[in-house]
Design a binder for this molecule. Structure first.
Ligand code: ADP
Ligand code: MG
Length: 323
């Protein structure tokens, strides 16, 4: 593969979880309603993402693996109003540059599908094949041709746990999509895609947690917050279970974390790390979600006002909850 591709790959593909992230975002962008992710050896040796989305036309397939090939930006203005999750046109080329890839894809309107095999971005074969509608992307042997980068990977168990975190967040971000996640030989969760966030929480965290949730719904100054607050019995020892999405995107934010904790504190009279899942929707003028693949940060035009509002509503919701 070309050196430039292997260098570029470093930006997008840092570890197996970043491969999964890019592939699932592509599957979401393709309009899929059901996505299956399977990983083996922490995703280092095997990642398979199967979707039922729009598929790729045979004559588009080699192009999709070229750098900066994207079907998602029509003009420069699109950059400011990006609806799709990934749009840099780098993911497939980057992944293919540092692994062995097989893709099987079929568009609904076609009778047959296409299978393409690449190794270190080099096309090995492309054939017509019978296939279900949608796309199956199989990646093997991550970084087989960049041993230094491979050495920086952690143990499979750790890499697998990164994928698990990611998959949980993806499933929680889209209750309207059915996600099945298999790690090793174990199905970790399977959500229905019926749109019910509580069901997703139940599938991921189990019955005990799903039974101790308080729904929250806020609509104020064009900001919408919807989701579930864990009752105080569910307090955790760290921030990992304070989960929030802004405009569908999983982020980490000191401002929001503190606002959530402050809301609980007003109610509990002591500082705790709660469990919660919140979907925040706000105008893209009000919030700047950094879209760099490795960052999940966010900047508000008026973070203070938002934080105050969120804390207050959380405290009120907890006070008014039905016991
Ligand atoms: P980007 O997502 O930034 O456009 P990618 O390298 O991730 O770039 O993908 C390149 C192109 O391949 C996409 O623009 C899309 O047209 C096509 N593609 C990738 N994955 C899928 C998929 N699962 N289903 C349908 N089309 C896909
Ligand atoms: Mg993409």
């Amino acid at each position: 593969s070309r050196t430039i591709d292997r260098i570029a790959a470093g930006e997008v593909v840092e570890r197996p979880a970043s491969v999964v992230k890019e592939l699932v975002e592509n599957a979401i962008d393709a309009g899929s309603t059901a996505i299956t992710v399977e990983a083996k050896e922490g995703g280092i040796e095997f990642i398979r993402v199967t979707d039922n989305g729009c598929g790729i036309e045979r004559d588009q397939l080699p192009t999709a693996f070229l750098r900066h090939a994207t079907s998602k930006i029509e003009d420069a203005d699109d950059l400011n109003h990006i609806a799709s999750l990934g749009f840099r046109g780098e993911a497939l080329s980057s992944i293919a540059a540092v692994s062995r890839v097989e893709i099987i894809t079929k568009r609904k309107e076609n009778l047959t599908g296409t299978r393409m095999v690449l190794e270190g971005a080099r096309e090995q074969s492309i054939d017509e094949i019978g296939a279900p509608d949608g796309t199956t992307f199989l990646m093997r042997n991550l970084f087989f041709n960049t041993p230094v980068r491979r050495k920086f990977l952690k143990q499979p168990a750790t890499e697998g746990s990164y994928i698990t975190d990611l998959m949980e967040h993806l499933a929680l971000s889209r209750p309207d999509i059915s996600f099945k996640f298999v790690l090793g030989n174990q199905t970790r969760f399977h959500t229905s895609g019926n749109g019910d966030l509580r069901e997703v929480i139940y599938r991921i965290y189990g019955r005990e947690i799903a039974a101790e949730l308080v729904p929250i719904q806020i609509e104020e100054n064009g900001i919408k917050v919807e989701g579930y607050l864990g009752k105080p019995v569910l307090v955790r020892s760290n921030r990992n279970f304070e989960i929030y999405f802004i405009n569908g995107r999983f982020i980490r934010s000191g401002v929001i974390a503190k606002a959530i904790e402050e809301g609980y504190k007003q109610y509990l009279m002591q500082h705790k790390f709660p469990l919660c899942v919140l979907h925040i929707t706000m105008d893209t003028e009000t919030v700047d979600v950094n879209v760099h693949p490795s960052k999940m940060d966010v900047r508000f035009s008026d973070g203070m006002a938002f934080a105050r509002m969120l804390s207050e509503k959380i405290a009120i919701t907890l006070r008014n909850r039905e016991m």
